[in-house]
Design a protein. Structure first.
Length: 320
């Protein structure tokens, strides 16, 4: 290839490389600016701590930076104002949009925030979707396209609350698997977690762990009535190689045994030193009496017996 051709090619390559680098730099800068803008924005579907900027006939206007030119403001309607609220004071409020698509603040408590799951009741059915009761004056919209199965008026359905960036509105979806996944699980065995009780299957009770992952409670380890939509304290039992997570309502292993040993000891003291429980007691009776599983009960008995704190008979346990 002639030298002048090589030189022309290198010149063309360098000029185009400069263009590409310039475009990439602009994209990075715009992305950083956009992220900063989002961080500074009012967070709809979440709790915001704002300052009372000014009072009007309609209510208080709240802002992150009162008095700053161009600062975003949002109305807290008059009906939510209480005597202790004063201008300049700080308020924790939930932000959403009213029926006329205007930003509004409320001191009401929603049943779920953006990024959370909940069982919500269907209040209204329309030709575009359903409206759900989520504890606020304005109902939550569940579009037809986001319904994975038929629903009925008055039914409670499991949904995930999300912010639709297209319409800039808060909405619901029953396509839970779009958001609740067992990827990037950062949990440890015996870690305390929040469990949302969902539904039963052939194995046990499916739960949502910390609003992030699916978990399973085995039926033979549950000795209390659990309702759909109920939040209970639980513990990670095992994280399987396939990503499935086993959970329990009580701690596992020796750590759990020490805890339930203290429970058993206290219960004995409360019952004049005697409990009508033994190795053959039904699991339901053990849970009803102590609030623990039969497995943990047997571990606790073993620990207290070795420590010489209890006596065992065919029909009861007794303090020494």
């Amino acid at each position: 290839m002639p030298l002048f051709a090589i030189s022309a090619y290198l010149t063309w390559l360098s000029s185009n490389l400069i263009i590409v680098i310039t475009l990439i730099t602009r994209i990075i800068v715009q992305t950083v600016v956009f992220i900063s803008f989002l961080c500074a924005m009012l967070q709809f579907g979440k709790y915001n701590t704002l300052l009372i900027a000014r009072r009007t006939d309609n209510g208080f206007y709240l802002s992150e930076t009162p008095g700053t030119e161009g600062a975003e403001e949002v109305l807290l309607p008059k009906k939510f104002i209480t005597p202790e609220m004063k201008e300049g004071g700080e308020l924790k409020v939930f932000l959403y949009k009213d029926s006329e698509d205007r930003p509004v603040a409320t001191t009401q408590t929603p049943y779920a925030l953006v990024g959370e799951c909940a069982y919500l009741m269907v209040k209204q059915m329309t030709n575009i979707g359903a409206f759900l009761d989520w504890g606020l004056d304005k109902d939550l919209f569940l579009p037809f396209r986001e319904q994975t199965e038929p629903i009925e008026l008055g039914q409670k359905c499991l949904v995930y609350v999300y912010f639709d960036f297209g319409s800039k509105r808060i909405a619901a979806t029953s396509n839970i698997n779009k958001f609740i996944k067992n990827r990037e699980v950062n949990l440890k065995p015996n870690e305390e977690v929040d469990l949302l009780i969902c539904y039963e299957n052939e194995v046990g009770i499916r739960t949502i762990i910390n609003q992030k992952h699916w978990g399973i409670l085995f039926k033979n380890e549950v000795f209390e009535k659990l309702e759909k939509g109920q939040h209970v304290k639980g513990y990670v039992k095992k994280i399987r190689e396939d990503g499935k997570i086993d959970v329990a309502l009580q701690k596992q292993g020796i750590e759990a045994a020490k805890d339930v040993s203290a429970i058993l000891l206290q219960k004995l003291h409360d019952n004049n030193g005697t409990l009508k429980l033994n190795d053959d007691s039904p699991p339901e009776l053990v849970h009803q009496t102590l609030g623990i599983s039969k497995k943990n009960f047997k571990k606790a008995v073993g620990i207290l017996y070795k420590e010489g704190k209890i006596l065992l008979s065919d029909n009861y346990i007794k303090l020494k």
